[in-house]
Write a protein that binds this ligand. Structure first.
Ligand code: NAD
Length: 484
């Protein structure tokens, strides 16, 4: 990108560590099997459009096979194991994840388009941390503080159907599988259709860990496969992370079935900067808030609310900082901004950005050369945004920041809460009392103070309103997988 002080030599991570197969089966009952209908689709690298592999598409009969395998494993093995033995399997998986971290990081960046710096330093370490955390809970469920009808340790639910999106493929898998297994459930997980590869490598890791067959089953495919899983009568619990639109459909189709449901949906978080905030630190937080993972983050700080008195200073500094971001090869260790995951997502980002301009907001990007091949969008800021603009209300799910201003803390709260979502928020100020007051006023599941996008397996995560319900992470995340 132009505007930077000096050039960096390319520092690409080798993809030699990844052993890609030309085609992958479904992981059912502990082994890879062909789909009964023989259907398959291709997965491509979003950075180059190179076909990486062929992925099987699970039809309803395959989903049924997977649910039957999960039920059998639940009844015959997993629910009978002493809890500490379940914990041992989770610890073993966590350690293998760490041993194979580099391979997983490279594969994730290849398939998803995210910078290797992020998959290596954020995604994969958190994946292992999630398994370690829930491994520790497996034999301590009676101390989790959840209330149950009967005495003794809380009981699992049975078979969990789990559906995840493409933005953090392996991390979302970990958020789903680790607590489900720790609580004694077995699972059928469906990864997103554009990012199945790390889930399939995880299936190999389950084999390597000698996990009993059927405890984890992975069915690949798109929305139809997901919907077959949601509607399967043999599933006791549905855990979904994805768009609010699909979340609403799932809520409707599971209503009255007795299935337990948790939904982690979209967001439109406010990142609120007061005039007493340390500007450099706040600017780093703004950049991390919206440009981390190309803005494909449900809790992204996509609405920047800046106090009017600090507006000029913050915007000048932010634009200068954006000029130093490097966009390009996700496998290059210097890359800050990788590829957009799919042409469909790129289309959505372009469309909403065009609407932003036509509604009167001012669009700005640093000088930035986009690669010829692949799916790319430059880091973009919209100023002069009003609350009525669609780019202030709708989730763009891309590297696009809408900037609004406020004068008083009360106005900041009112604007921040003026959204159908309620997943996260950020507050930047020097005053501790103001942080506490703001945190109490903001209708968001997570409020970060003088930081953003910080995750820890011990900390619950989830939303209000159209951002969904239920919590993942920590002690609270156990409730979703227990009969409470
Ligand atoms: P999406 O809802 O289209 O897809 C998510 C998953 O659901 C995919 O695996 C997809 O194949 C599957 N799916 C699609 N239609 C289905 C149906 N009818 N029945 C069952 N499953 C179906 O979402 P997306 O565009 O892939 O992901 C982006 C969305 O996910 C964003 O809105 C983002 O905010 C949200 N998200 C939320 C969180 C969170 O924790 N709250 C985390 C990551 C992403």
């Amino acid at each position: 990108m132009a505007g930077k002080k000096f050039d960096y030599a390319p520092a690409p991570e080798s993809r030699g560590i990844v052993d890609l197969q030309p085609a992958y089966g479904l992981f059912i009952g502990g082994e890879f099997v062909d789909p009964l209908d023989g259907r398959a689709f291709k997965t491509v690298s979003p950075a180059t459009e190179e076909v990486l592999a062929e992925i099987s598409e699970a039809g309803p009969r395959d989903v049924d096979r997977a649910v039957v395998a999960a039920r059998r494993a639940y009844e015959r093995v997993w629910s009978k194991l002493p809890a500490r033995e379940r914990g041992k399997y989770l610890f073993r998986i966590a350690r293998i994840l760490q041993e194979r971290a580099r391979e997983l990081a490279v594969l994730e960046s290849l398939d998803n388009g995210k910078p290797i710096r992020e998959s290596r330093d954020v995604d994969i370490p958190l994946v292992a941390a999630w398994f370690f955390h829930y491994a520790g809970w497996a034999d301590k469920l009676e101390y989790a503080g959840v209330s149950t009808a009967s005495s003794g340790p809380p009981k699992p639910l049975g078979v969990a159907g789990q559906i995840i999106p493409w933005n953090f493929p392996l991390l979302m898998l970990a958020w789903k599988i680790a607590p489900a297994l720790a609580c004694g459930n077995t699972v059928v997980l469906k990864p997103a259709e554009t990012t199945s590869l790390t889930a399939l490598l995880f299936a190999e890791i389950c084999q390597q860990a000698d996990l009993p067959p059927g405890v984890v089953n992975i069915v690949t495919g798109a929305g139809e496969t997901g919907s077959a899983l949601v509607e399967h009568p043999g599933v006791d619990k549905i855990a979904f992370t994805g768009s609010t639109e699909v979340g609403k459909m799932i809520a409707r189709s599971t209503a009255g079935t007795g299935k337990k449901v948790t939904l982690e949906l979209g967001g439109k978080a406010a990142n609120i900067v007061f005039d007493d905030a340390p500007v450099d630190q706040a600017v780093e937080g703004i950049v991390n808030g919206i440009f981390f993972n190309q803005g494909h983050v449900c809790c992204a700080g996509s609405r920047l609310l800046v106090q009017e008195s600090a507006y000029d200073e913050v915007l000048t500094s932010l634009k200068r900082r954006l000029g130093t971001l490097r966009l390009g090869d996700p496998l290059d260790k210097n890359t800050d901004i990788g590829a957009i995951n799919s042409p469909e997502q790129l289309g959505r980002i372009r469309e909403l950005s065009d609407v932003g301009e036509s509604e009167g907001a001012a669009r700005w990007s640093p000088p930035c050369e986009l690669p010829d091949k692949g799916f790319w969008f430059p880091p973009t800021i919209f100023t002069g945004v009003s609350q009525a603009h669609r780019i202030a209300r709708e989730e763009i799910f891309g590297p696009v920041l809408s900037v609004l201003t406020f004068r008083t803390p009360a106005e900041a709260v009112e604007k921040a809460n003026n959204t159908p979502y309620g997943l996260s928020a950020g507050v930047w100020t020097d005053k501790g009392s103001r942080i506490l007051w703001m945190a109490g006023q903001l209708r968001a599941g997570v409020v970060w103070a003088n930081t953003f996008n910080r995750f820890d397996p011990a900390s619950p995560f989830g939303g209000y309103k159209e951002s969904g319900f239920g919590r993942e992470g920590g002690r609270h995340g156990l409730e979703a997988y227990l009969d409470v």
